[in-house]
Design a protein around this ligand. Structure first.
Ligand SMILES: *Cc1c(COP(=O)(O)O)cnc(C)c1O
Length: 398
């Protein structure tokens, strides 16, 4: 047995079978490449699901983390700690929000966003029942609240009715949202660019229309930027492109570039009527290690102008993906923005992804027929070329 096979066998015996894992045991990474336990190299166009924005082994981030580990990793939120306070200031600055609560994951950020919206509504309107509008095809996470606003029924089905008080509308269909609004509606939640659902960007008139609708009816606009935020679309946050601001937003995935950290943020206007001491908490959330990670990641984003780099290379990535649409019948269309792109195929993509792995490249899907491209944001032209070559070879041999 190879080293990889030893661990796969053990993993299949002891890990709860909730993932159909690919037969790869990852061991270490460098830049935009990953290496398995037997030394095989993979070009990474998945980034651990849009997490490793800065690539593997970033020295600035790693040394900041090592320093913090030697000082203190955890304090609880009964006390202040410097890294988390500075990370909060920085994150408010780059998002344009006023207040942040740090979580350990994306799904927890969504839970906090939902609670914040409900609390705001109960405080402000003094009514006794509220509804949230969510979108078809959306994905917001796996805890019960986040699952309840997730549009893909397949994820929800086995777990009953969820938290209730949720209505679904169609993404990019303003009229369907308006039709779902009642006098109980307190929040509208959506991904600015739908990820898991198949890489669908919000249309400008849709998102601007939602902003107007929310302003008119005192409904909170909640944008989930967990996957599409942090530079991925060529903007620090995807909503910036539309010239609007959410009332509440969520962030995670690339926020800690591998250290588990998420956040929900809100404007002061919302904060004034929302969560107060006793309403919400987390033992780990925003501990000093997570704070140090956020600080270092945001510093690196600015220092290296990651957003500028994404913008500069986006036309090149798009031209290569468009060439695949042009050259292969089975590639139907390209959708997406920046380094968050999808290619929709006329058939399931599982075999294509497996064949790319054999050729030394990691890709992920977003739904059965869509390949999702979410590479580290530090890829260069040569990596796009190599992706294009491998994919072309795999498609030719299909
Ligand atoms: C991944 C994701 C989540 C959930 O984040 P976890 O860290 O896996 O809990 C929520 N919303 C969106 C848009 C995501 O992509």
């Amino acid at each position: 047995m190879s080293t990889s096979e030893v661990y796969m066998k053990k993993g299949d015996r002891y890990l709860l079978h909730t993932y159909n894992r690919f037969p790869i045991v990852l061991d270490h990474g460098k830049g935009v490449f990953l290496y398995d336990a037997d030394g095989k190299e993979y070009l990474d166009f998945a980034s651990g699901i849009a997490v490793f924005a800065l690539g593997y082994g970033n020295e600035v981030v790693n040394s900041a983390l090592k320093d913090q580990i030697d000082k203190i990793i955890h304090t609880s939120n009964l006390y202040y700690n410097a890294p988390t306070v500075i990370a909060a200031e920085e994150l408010c600055r780059v998002t344009g929000m006023d207040r942040v609560f740090f979580t350990n994951s994306g799904t927890e950020a969504i839970e906090g966003a939902i609670k914040s919206a409900l609390k705001y509504a109960y405080t402000g309107k003094a009514a006794d029942d509220y509804e949230i509008i969510a979108m078809d095809r959306s994905f917001h996470g796996r805890s019960m609240g986040a699952l309840s606003v997730t549009g893909n029924a397949h994820y929800r089905e086995a777990f009953g009715t969820g938290i209730g008080h949720i209505r679904f509308a169609s993404f990019n269909d303003l009229e369907s949202v308006k039709a779902a609004v009642t006098d109980k509606t307190c929040g509208i939640i959506l991904e600015t660019l739908q990820g898991e659902g198949g890489i669908y960007p919000a249309e400008e008139n849709f998102i601007k229309g939602l902003r107007e609708l929310c302003d008119e009816k005192d409904i909170l606009l909640i944008l989930d930027e967990i996957q599409c935020g942090m530079g991925r679309t060529g903007h620090m946050f995807a909503f910036e492109e539309y010239g609007i601001k959410p009332d509440i937003m969520t962030c995670a995935k690339a926020l800690g570039c591998g250290i588990p950290v998420g956040a929900f943020l809100m404007t002061e206007r919302v904060a004034e009527k929302s969560l107060v001491p006793g309403d919400h908490g987390s033992t780990y959330g925003g501990n000093p290690l997570a704070g140090a990670a956020v600080m270092a990641v945001l510093d690196e984003f600015e220092e290296r102008d990651i957003v500028g780099h994404v913008r500069e290379l986006t036309p090149y990535l798009e031209s290569k993906l468009d060439a695949l649409v042009r050259d292969f019948e089975i590639v139907k269309e390209r959708r997406g923005k920046g380094f968050m792109q999808g290619l929709e195929f006329t058939l399931p993509v599982a075999d294509i992804i497996k064949n790319c792995q054999k050729e030394g490249m990691l890709l992920i899907s977003a739904g059965s027929n869509i390949i999702r491209f979410v590479p580290p944001l530090v890829i260069e032209k040569e990596h796009i070329d190599r992706m294009y070559e491998i994919l072309t070879k795999v498609l030719q041999n299909l």
